[in-house]
Design a protein around this ligand. Structure first.
Ligand code: ADP
Ligand code: MG
Length: 315
């Protein structure tokens, strides 16, 4: 059974000008132990989706289950579910007069079998700040405390809403390491992010969200290969250059000659490069000045979002 399931999820907000449909028919099936990233621009509907799964927001339509429970159901069943999930909100409201260890202990006390405060602080690299007041922490330390409060209950499912927004690059790396550590013991993680590299580094699968919908879903490799072309820029030297170019004609979808270089555009760069090297070897052509640029997830993402925005719209 999937750890997290949603079918036809719809979330709406009443606004002064009418009703805003923030989530417009989202389907999700996230397996146990899977790390899934909802990737999208601000306003795409990521937080609204996650809040429903956490049991923090009402849905207008759709079926949802987390560890087999409907998160909208309160009472005893709701408490059973809350004991098994951890939440790191996009912006937390931790009491700032508390000390770090006190806050972790307090949050842990609502769970049936919490991790020890020391273990948690070690995991998030805050052991040295155990006695610091929360209002003296730096932004990055605050966010690691948020993470600590999310994992203190030993959750089976962890929700991380924009876990590294505002981090400097080294703090982001450390946060990624922490997420990976947590995942290695089988925790299911649903994270949201607008950082492409974050999704690429952490997630087993990515759902690209745009205007309330998941417009593409797949592994980072799947998504990168969708619709984006890599480039191979190469200088070929020798009498039979044209023969080499002809030999690879089936492996690219465009070649330009720019000065002394050939610029190939291709969806399958590895195959193209291999064929170029082979053909050059056969025909006594030397190959130098390689420059290979694989399509980044960012390219794929931008293509997708712009396709979606220029399409027939939704609603
Ligand atoms: N409480 C709210 N009231 C009205 N509109 C909201 C509220 N929360 C979010 N929205 C709107 O819903 C849309 C989706 O927001 P959100 O789920 O926060 O997206 P994301 O997390 O991807 O940035 C946005 O247009 C946002 O302005
Ligand atoms: Mg958000």
């Amino acid at each position: 059974m999937a750890a997290i399931c949603a079918r036809g999820l719809v979330v709406e907000y009443r606004t002064p000008t009418g009703v805003l449909r923030a989530v417009d028919g989202v389907d999700l099936a996230i397996g146990r132990g899977e790390v899934y990233a909802l990737l999208g621009e601000n306003g795409a509907g990521k937080t609204s989706t996650v809040e429903v799964l956490e049991g923090h927001r009402r849905r207008v339509a759709g079926e949802v289950s987390v560890l087999g429970h409907d998160p909208a159901v309160g009472g005893a069943a709701g408490r059973v579910l809350r004991d098994r999930i951890g939440i790191v909100l996009q912006s937390s409201g931790v009491e700032s007069e508390l000390r770090v260890a006190e806050a972790v202990s307090l949050y842990g006390s609502v769970y049936r079998s919490p991790r020890s405060v020391d273990d948690v602080l070690d995991l998030v690299d805050l052991a040295g700040s155990a006695n610091a007041r929360i209002d003296t922490l730096s932004g990055g330390q605050r966010r690691r405390l948020d993470m600590a409060l999310g994992i203190v209950g030993r959750p089976e499912v962890l929700f991380l809403d924009e876990p590294t927004t505002g981090f400097d690059p080294s703090a982001r790396r450390r946060a990624w390491d922490l997420v990976r550590t947590l995942c290695s013991d089988g925790t299911t993680v649903l994270l949201t992010t607008h950082y492409l590299d974050e999704a690429e580094h952490l997630a087993d699968r990515i759902g690209v969200m745009s205007r309330g919908r998941i417009v593409l879903e797949g592994t980072p490799d799947d998504i990168r290969s969708r619709g984006s072309h890599g480039r191979v820029v190469v200088r070929l030297d020798g009498p039979d250059t044209h023969v080499v170019v002809e030999a690879v004609s089936g492996l690219h979808d465009g070649v330009e000659v720019v000065g002394s270089h050939h610029v190939f555009s291709s969806m399958s760069i590895a195959d193209l490069v291999a064929a170029l090297v082979q053909a050059a070897g056969r025909h006594g052509v030397t190959v130098d000045d390689w420059e290979i640029s694989a399509p980044s997830l960012e390219d794929a993402f931008i293509d997708l979002i712009s396709d979606d925005h220029s399409g027939s719209g939704h609603g």
